[in-house]
Ligand binder design. Structure first.
Ligand code: BG6
Ligand code: MG
Length: 213
């Protein structure tokens, strides 16, 4: 086997949470009188919560103290946590479960490498918490994507060399992070047009484990 492990980004690869993030940021932005739309929301893909807030605040007419920013990020996360409570198996993206099952049946380890600090809650909601061998998320790292940290942490937890891992990502920041970790990367969805990726697919429904081994 070319790869001993596959590290999956969570949001936009395994589960559809785009709308929950959008609704939560939109509520915060509306309350603060800040313009926010789905095009700006696209820029938050793969980016940490605090860095996402900085992007949202580019449209703000006043400046905020660090303490106010922290409170705003907490407020957004409160709205987001309410929204993800409604997620169930139907939020799993097309082809994801089949791809993961196929990889595991071939003896390949599977892990999550996500910027989200809500990873455990989301995996629990969609019934996939026990599916992954290891989970590395926003709580394990200081520098988020495009820094390689979360993928290196996932490889370390698995005990597998980074060069033996392949990442699945839907964000350009995640593609950069995988390459910086010395890993190959399957770019799906929004990132599938990224010329730096190793493999490109519309989603996990559009690629088979055999295609990359
Ligand atoms: C990433 C999402 O997976 O997690 C980003 O693509 C999000 O949009 C980031 O900002 C952090 O998520 P959370 O759940 O910790 O606020
Ligand atoms: Mg993602």
């Amino acid at each position: 086997m070319k790869y001993e492990a596959i590290i999956f980004d969570l949001d936009g690869v395994v589960v559809s949470t785009d709308n929950c993030h959008y609704e939560a940021w939109k509520q915060l932005a509306d309350e603060e009188g800040i313009y926010f739309d789905r095009t700006i929301n696209e820029r938050l893909r793969g980016v940490s919560r605090m860095e996402s807030l900085e992007i949202v605040l580019e449209k703000a007419e006043k400046s905020y103290t660090e303490d106010e920013k922290f409170q705003m990020a907490e407020r957004k996360n409160g709205y987001y946590k309410e929204l993800i409570k409604k997620l169930d198996k139907t939020a799993i993206l097309e082809g994801a479960e089949e791809f993961i099952t196929d990889a595991k049946s071939k003896g390949i380890k599977v892990a999550i490498g996500s910027s989200s600090k809500n990873t455990i809650a989301i995996l629990t909601q969609i019934g996939l918490l026990e599916t992954f061998d290891k989970i590395a998320d926003g709580n394990d790292i200081k520098n988020s994507k495009p820094a390689p940290d979360v993928f290196l942490k996932a490889a370390e937890k698995l005990g597998i060399e980074p060069t033996k891992c392949v990442v699945v990502e839907d964000a350009d920041a995640g593609v950069e992070a995988a390459l910086a970790a010395n890993m190959d990367v399957i770019a799906v969805g929004y990132a599938s047009a990224n010329p730096k990726c190793t493999y490109s697919a519309k989603g996990l429904f559009d690629i088979k484990v055999d295609d990359i081994m």
